[in-house]
Design a protein around this ligand. Structure first.
Ligand SMILES: Nc1nc2c(ncn2[C@@H]2O[C@H](COP(=O)(O)OP(=O)(O)OP(=O)(O)O)[C@@H](O)[C@H]2O)c(=O)[nH]1
Length: 377
């Protein structure tokens, strides 16, 4: 409730960590898909690209046909993963898992049935690419890495019919590289996120300084004029109330400047409580002058708000011994409602003129541009 009166009109919205992850996926998944599709095409076009493969493929034509179908599936899954990531992160991990499972199956066949050495570097590059593309998204990373990472040692054991020590050493080293690589990349991501948070806090603070009155925590004149002008340009239906604390100089003289400050804070609190909707704004317009914007509010409804302000001040009962109009702090109020074709400056001038009339009428009352002065409280 408090914040709405302080917020400047057009605060930028900041990404959450989830949004940053989603954006990272949208950027990185096309690259991962590109690598997957490239490798799938290399296998599909093996007869053109690699001259030593046809002999091997002749070993099992049915198997190679199945591999070709699997490569087609990989291409489709890679494309589908990218398209999915444009809309949501949900389901991306499942797609990555399917991709990895198809690769794992093919790798297993290549190693155990065809004894093809080419598949080792291909699998390693796939794993490293996934790590670089998904390091910030543990679910997707695990989904893609785990099946392939598990399959390759299995294939080695199956090929050698025993645990190969050299393979185990190389595999352990590679695993370490994967883990350390991810750790380093993740640190960059976390640092970028932390910087982003710091910037958000800093900008929010600067924004408050630029748009909020530090004493009363209401919008300042600049922020209010911005909202006012945009509401006028949109031809919104609204009224403004210009309020002036009665005999405030005397208040300062009687109670001191600090008490004067505290009084303004309490008056601002009453104003914030008196407005009716989330959209309404309260601003400190100048020294002891406030301006409120009441949206979807005609002159009559604005007068009801004015009455509520006066009632709130009576209830707050801030003593004002030197005021000739009341024993407690009171305000004079000028009300103006936006007329068709009226500019923001004309509206303010109308509210100011109404305020002047309220003061002339004896203070502690409101005046609207079209109605006679309201009753003093
Ligand atoms: N304590 C305090 N006083 C302020 C602040 N800003 C302005 N003032 C004082 O508000 C007083 C306004 O005085 P005037 O403009 O003569 O108005 P007034 O005494 O309220 O008289 P009327 O408006 O005619 O009822 C001045 O004495 C200013 O010094 C502020 O931030 N804190």
């Amino acid at each position: 409730m408090e914040r709405r009166h302080n917020l400047p009109p057009d605060l930028p919205s900041w990404p959450t960590r989830e949004a940053m992850v989603a954006r990272g996926l949208a950027i990185n998944l096309p690259w991962l898909a590109f690598v997957n599709i490239s490798f799938a095409l290399m296998i599909l076009l093996r007869d053109i690209l690699f001259h030593d493969l046809p002999e091997t493929s002749r070993v099992s034509t049915r198997l190679m046909d199945t591999v070709d179908v699997a490569m087609g599936v990989i291409i489709l899954l890679a494309v589908a993963t990218v398209i999915l990531s444009w809309r949501t992160t949900r389901g991306v991990s499942v797609m990555l898992l399917l991709l990895s499972l198809v690769w794992s199956l093919c790798c297993y066949w290549f190693v155990t049935l065809l004894h093809l050495p080419h598949i080792w570097p291909l699998a390693i590059i796939l794993l490293l690419t996934a790590m670089a593309a998904l390091y910030f998204y543990p679910a997707g990373l695990a989904a893609f890495i785990a099946p392939l990472w598990i399959t390759l040692p299995f294939a080695s054991v199956s090929l050698n019919e025993a645990l190969n020590i050299r393979f185990a050493v190389v595999w352990s080293l590679f695993t370490l590289i994967l883990i350390c690589g991810r750790f380093i990349l993740l640190r960059w991501f976390d640092e970028a996120w932390e910087r982003n948070q710091q910037n958000q806090r800093l900008i929010a603070r600067l924004d408050l300084l630029a748009h909020q009155d530090p004493l009363t925590q209401t919008a300042n004149r600049r922020a209010m004029l911005h909202v006012l002008e945009s509401a006028v340009s949109q031809q919104r239906r609204f009224s403004v109330m210009m309020l002036d604390v009665d005999y405030f100089k005397r208040y300062n003289d009687t109670y001191g400047h600090q008490a004067g400050d505290a009084c303004l804070v309490r008056v601002a609190r009453v104003l914030k409580k008196s407005v009716r909707s989330e959209e309404d704004r309260v601003a400190r317009y100048g020294g002891e002058e406030f301006l409120t914007m009441l949206f979807d509010c005609d002159s009559e409804q604005a007068q009801e708000v004015a009455a509520r302000v006066q009632k709130g001040l009576r209830h707050a009962a801030i003593p004002h011994a030197s005021s000739p109009v009341s024993a407690v702090v009171t305000v004079s109020i000028g009300i103006a409602t936006l007329a068709p074709g009226q500019t923001a400056a004309e509206l303010i001038a109308a509210a100011d003129a109404a305020l002047y009339r309220a003061k002339e009428g004896g203070r502690n009352r409101w005046c609207s541009e079209i109605t006679p002065p309201g009753e003093p409280s």
